[in-house]
Design a protein. Structure first.
Length: 98
């Protein structure tokens, strides 16, 4: 569990990154979840765009991903989701102290 201060720090880092995934009409499937897990292991912080034709709301997609992966949902803004999970092997982000 991360603190409010750490969440704010991660949100500031997420401002400068572009979405690397899109959730479209295929929705959220096992293969997509695996790709997101792999990306989180490499990058720790990712942004995902939810398209209107996905049939999912942004909050619903966020909740499904967080539940399936066990990551932290950092921010939902418009149709974008920001997720964070500390990497085991490729740690890049140093969070502020609690």
């Amino acid at each position: 569990m991360i603190t409010t201060k750490q969440r704010a720090y991660l949100r500031s880092l997420a401002n400068s990154i572009d979405p690397i995934f899109q959730i479209g009409k295929g929705g959220i499937e096992a293969a997509f979840i695996k790709q997101v897990e792999d990306a989180l292991e490499k990058r720790e912080l990712i942004k995902i765009n939810v398209l209107e034709n996905s049939g999912l709301g942004t909050r619903e997609a966020h909740d499904q991903l967080v539940g399936a992966i066990g990551c932290e949902g950092i921010q939902i803004i418009g149709s974008k989701i920001v997720l964070y999970k500390e990497s085991k092997n490729h740690k890049k982000i140093e969070l502020p102290r609690k």
